[in-house]
Design a protein around this ligand. Structure first.
Ligand code: PEP
Ligand code: MG
Length: 325
C-alpha cells in the first residue's frame, strides 16, 4: 500500500466530481521537511513552532529562532508554510519555563494568553519570523484565540516589529497572511467579526472538540465516549464553513481528524476544501478523495445533519456511503 500511495504523490488531489482539495501537512521540526516532497503535500498547513522550544534545554535565542525559520522556508522551497506562533502551556510544557501550578492547565495560562502577558517573548518570535521571511511570503496564525481583541493586540505588536525593522532598513516580507486558529467555542459566536480581521482561519479540531464537548483530549477514559463524527461537532464544523463562505475567508482544518479517512470524508462532505494532517496520512486521504463524489456525499450528510430526530450514527452513514461507492 505504501507503494500505491507513493504512486499518487504527483496526482492532482481532485475528487471524482472535480473539486480540488488542498492537502497540506503538519510539521514542527526540520526533520519533518523532507516529507513535504515525499508525501506530495501542497504545503505546511500547521507548523508548530513550540517544538523547537520543547526540545531545547533553554529558551531559544532570537537568532536561533530566525535561523530555524529561515531553514524551514529554505527547505520548503516555495511551498507555503503556515507558522503558528508559540502554543506553550496546557499539554505543551517547557522544562525551563516554569509556569505556576494550575488546576486546569488546558483552560489556563497558555498560548496567546501567555504571549500577550509576556509580550517580549512574542515580539522576539514575530521579529524572527519577519526577518526569516524577508522578501518572501509570511503566513502565520495565532493559537487559542478567545476574543477578537486578542487578534488586534497581536497585530499591534506585529506592527511595532514591522516599523522597527523598516526603520533599520530590513527588507520586509513581500506578502503577509495573518490567521487565527478556531479552538475556543466562544469564537464561534464572533465568526463574522473575526473574519473581518484575519486573512484566513484554521480549525484546531483537537482543542475545539475538547472544549466544545468538555472532554479532555488526553484522557483515555473518556476518549471513546465522544465522537468527532457525532452530530453536534459536525454541525459546529459546518457552521464554521458556512461563515467562511459568507465572508469569503479561506478556512482549513488542521487537527487529527483531517488525517483519518472516514472523518476526512465527513469534512469534505460538510464543505472543507483545505485540510492539514500528519504527512503519513496524505497518501491514504488522497486515495480516498480521488474516488469520492463529494457533491453526492454532501447531500446525504447534510440531510443527516439536519434531521430533527437523529437517525443512524453519522459514522455508519459514512461507512455505508463509502461501501456503496
Ligand atoms: C488542534 O488543537 O487541533 C491543533 C491542531 O493544535 P494542537 O494539536 O497542537 O493543540
Ligand atoms: Mg490546539
Amino acid at each position: 500500500r505504501q507503494e500505491q500511495f507513493r504512486a499518487l504523490r504527483d496526482v492532482e488531489p481532485a475528487t471524482r466530481d472535480g473539486k480540488l482539495i488542498n492537502l497540506q501537512m503538519n510539521a514542527g521540526l526540520l526533520v519533518d521537511l523532507p516529507q513535504l516532497f515525499e508525501s506530495g503535500a501542497t504545503g505546511i498547513g500547521l507548523f508548530r513552532t513550540e517544538l523547537q522550544f520543547m526540545i531545547a534545554s533553554n529558551m531559544p535565542k532570537a537568532d536561533e529562532q530566525e535561523e530555524f525559520y529561515r531553514n524551514v522556508l529554505k527547505q520548503a522551497a516555495g511551498r507555503p508554510v503556515t507558522f503558528r506562533t508559540l502554543d506553550i502551556g496546557g499539554d505543551k510544557v517547557l522544562s525551563y519555563f516554569r509556569a505556576h501550578e494550575e488546576e486546569n492547565p488546558a483552560l489556563g495560562w497558555r498560548a496567546i494568553r501567555l504571549a500577550l502577558d509576556r509580550p517580549g517573548l512574542l515580539r522576539t518570535q514575530l521579529r524572527a519570523l519577519l526577518r526569516a521571511s524577508s522578501g518572501a511570503e509570511l503566513k502565520m496564525m495565532i493559537p487559542m484565540v478567545t476574543e477578537v481583541s486578542e487578534i488586534r493586540a497581536v497585530r499591534e505588536l506585529f506592527q511595532k516589529e514591522v516599523q522597527h525593522l523598516s526603520k533599520f532598513g530590513y527588507q520586509l516580507p513581500r506578502k503577509l497572511q495573518f490567521g487565527a486558529m478556531l479552538e475556543v467555542p466562544a469564537l464561534l459566536w464572533q465568526l463574522d467579526e473575526l473574519m473581518d480581521e484575519v486573512d484566513f482561519v484554521s480549525v484546531g479540531s483537537n482543542d475545539l472538540f475538547q472544549f466544545s464537548m468538555a472532554v479532555d483530549r488526553g484522557n483515555a477514559r473518556v476518549a471513546d465516549r465522544f465522537d468527532v463524527l457525532g452530530r453536534p461537532f459536525l454541525r459546529i464544523l459546518r457552521d464554521i464553513v458556512r461563515a467562511a463562505e459568507r465572508n469569503e475567508t479561506p478556512v482549513t482544518l488542521c487537527g487529527e481528524m483531517a488525517g483519518k479517512p472516514l472523518s476526512a470524508m465527513a469534512l469534505l462532505g460538510i464543505g472543507f476544501r483545505s485540510v492539514s494532517m500528519s504527512p503519513t496520512a496524505i497518501g491514504p486521504i488522497k486515495a480516498m478523495l480521488l474516488g469520492l463524489d463529494v457533491g453526492q456525499l454532501s447531500e446525504v450528510l447534510n440531510a443527516a445533519l439536519d434531521e430533527r430526530k437523529p437517525g443512524a450514527p453519522i459514522r455508519e452513514i459514512l461507512a455505508q456511503f463509502a461501501e456503496a461507492h
